[in-house]
Design a protein around this ligand. Structure first.
Ligand SMILES: [Zn+2]
Length: 223
């Protein structure tokens, strides 16, 4: 059974790692965000859930627990799964642990951590051409002429998402929400592996994850 619970700070490349893990382990990537959006698209989510999601608030533990349980019992998840975006609260984490224990499944919790300052420096260096969409980075991929698009000469702009205060806020919000869940899992004796994803390219980060997962069986504490 290859059961992975994946956490990743904004800027950690969690989506890419989820994809690599899915390919490597041949198990489904189960993202609660995608599941909820999909249900809304298909019109099967209860209107209360839709209303909650539209305000950007969290859907109740009960609803999410139910969705995840239902998904984990699908035939494609019998050999394992990668959970992404769940658990988000201690109550959800507690629920998941009981569910896994009840089935004798030993999961591995992977947290892709980033150094705020490194990510902020990287993300805020990003500039985009408003005409053709080409991305530049003032540090690692500057345009030939200062602040002008190589392709069409348009003046590059900072995307709204990339403004430092927005990024800092997103990182802090994620940390506030995730840290207690990770601490709960750790103190409950679950295997929690923290991987630094600040600077390495995706394949290097993936190697670190693979190494950590293998080593984990022979060490008492994966951290
Ligand atoms: Zn351009």
């Amino acid at each position: 059974m290859k059961a992975i619970v994946l956490f990743g700070s904004p800027g950690s490349g969690k989506g890419t790692q989820a994809k690599l893990l899915t390919q490597c382990l041949d198990v489904p990537h189960i993202s609660t965000g995608d599941m909820l959006r999909d249900r809304i698209r298909r019109g099967v989510a209860r209107s209360a859930v839709v209303a909650v999601m539209q305000t950007g608030a969290l859907v109740s533990d009960e609803v999410v627990n139910g969705l995840v349980e239902e998904r984990l019992t699908q035939p494609d998840a019998t050999e394992g799964f990668i959970l992404d975006g769940y658990p988000r609260t201690q109550a959800q984490a507690d629920h998941l642990c009981r569910w896994l224990d009840g089935r004798g499944i030993r999961e591995v919790v992977i947290y892709l951590a980033v150094d705020y300052n490194v990510v902020i420096a990287r993300l805020t260096g990003r500039r985009q051409c408003p005409r053709c969409g080409t991305l530049y980075n003032i540090v690692s991929k500057p345009p030939r002429e200062d602040m002008l698009c190589d392709l069409d000469g348009e003046t590059l702009v900072i995307r709204e998402d990339d403004r430092e205060s927005v990024i800092r806020e997103r990182l802090e919000a994620y940390e506030r929400q995730t840290r207690p869940v990770l601490e709960f899992l750790h103190s409950a004796g679950r295997r929690v592996i923290e991987v630094d994803a600040s600077t390495d390219p995706p394949d290097k980060v993936f190697q670190k994850i693979c190494r950590a997962m293998e080593c984990n069986d022979c060490s008492e504490d994966g951290r």
